[in-house]
Design a binder for this molecule. Structure first.
Ligand code: PMP
Length: 355
């Protein structure tokens, strides 16, 4: 039976990425060795890192004056590296969920944090609007896509530099990098396996804080060493490169955005139509194109477990909602084919007929 991978992360990757990585796991760049067993300083691996950096710059139209890094430690380490390197005395944060909250917690180790707005009052099912960002903040931090709650944010229009956690929607749409001092993303959604963390940092934003920064947590260290200060996660970076090649060959982030809009519409339309289900995110403009969160309508609440089993038996994997939201979450990242979304919609329609 065909498996449809709706996991939130680690999550679906292009077949191309998996095939090329599987090949390189046995014979990397004609070396006769696995990509896991050659030096990161070999000319073959240095070429992988260089091409990955160049493709990130090309796909996201990264302007001059920015560095692209592949680090380790996940997005969670960026929660502290961001304030460590960029925050003077104060910074502003938008609280749109568990990941924002974790970022805020780390930033508080470094100074005053202004939480400009929060949607915690209704389990983060909307994006707060109309907030004020203090003009003396070093930066404004937000989570562009809230993986758990199914909400997504367009680039905010504020007067201070932006810092964004784009872990779950990087490469899903074009972004104006020039508005950001820092963008970071754990690889394990739209890019590659876990173990690599993508960082795009504005060079001029660095070196402005007084506090001493430990070597490994200083972006400058990794910029100077071309992400090779210590051993990078070689196999994950190789896999990320394959996804970047796949992205380029498939029309880049502009084409991804179009397809993502069309793909998400198939599922949201069905949730809105089907009497059994309702979306947890009410305002259409807040709905994520990456993670679609929905629950049973109150009249049919008793059938939640039954639908989960029904859909799972039909090959839908990973659709159980996060425990803090309940219900279901279908993660439909770039690599998710519309056929899999249609299969979920078909299962929802079939289940409706049974009730
Ligand atoms: N931010 C967001 C938006 C996430 O979805 C996640 C979970 N993958 C994280 C941060 C934490 O990422 P990591 O596990 O790479 O530290």
């Amino acid at each position: 039976m065909k498996k449809h991978n709706f996991y939130a992360g680690p999550s679906i990757l292009p077949e191309f990425t998996k095939e090329k990585t599987a090949e390189a796991a046995m014979n990397f760049a004609g070396t006769g060795l696995s990509v896991m067993e050659v030096s990161h300083r070999s000319k073959e691996f240095v070429a992988v890192m260089d091409e990955a950096v160049a493709l990130v710059k090309k796909l996201l139209k990264v302007p001059e004056g920015y560095s692209v890094l592949f680090l380790q430690g996940g997005a969670s380490t960026q929660f502290l590296m961001a304030p460590y390197n960029l925050m003077d005395k104060k910074s502003a944060y938008l609280n749109t969920g568990a990941w924002s909250k974790k970022a805020i917690k780390e930033a508080k180790f470094f100074g005053e944090i202004v939480e400009v707005a929060s949607s915690a009052d209704t389990i983060y099912n909307y994006i707060p609007k109309g907030y004020e960002v203090p003009s003396d903040a070093s930066y404004f931090h937000y989570t562009s896509n809230n993986t758990i709650y199914g909400t997504q944010i367009p680039t905010p229009d504020v007067d201070v530099p932006l810092v964004a956690d784009m872990s779950s929607d990087i490469f899903s749409r074009p972004i104006d990098v020039s508005k950001y001092d820092l963008i970071y993303a754990g690889a394990q959604k739209n890019l590659g396996p876990s173990g690599a963390t993508l960082v795009i940092v504005k060079d001029d934003a660095l070196g402005k804080v007084d506090r001493p920064i430990p070597t490994m947590l200083d972006y400058s260290t990794h910029i100077k060493a071309g992400s090779m200060f210590n051993t990078p996660s070689t196999l994950p970076v190789f896999a990320c490169l394959q996804t970047l090649i796949w992205l380029k060959e498939n029309g880049g982030v502009e084409a991804m955005e179009q397809t993502n809009i069309e793909k998400a519409k198939v599922l949201y339309d069905e949730i809105d139509r089907n009497k059994l289900f309702q979306c947890t995110v009410l305002a259409e403009e807040d709905r994520s194109l990456m993670n679609v969160t929905f629950v049973m309508t109150p009249e049919f609440a008793e059938f939640e477990k039954e639908f989960l089993e029904f859909a799972t038996a039909k090959g839908m994997l990973g659709i159980k909602g996060h425990r803090s939201v309940g219900g279901f979450r279908a993660s439909i990242y770039n690599a998710m084919p519309v056929e899999s979304i249609q299969a979920l919609v078909d299962a929802m329609q079939e289940f409706e007929k049974m009730k």
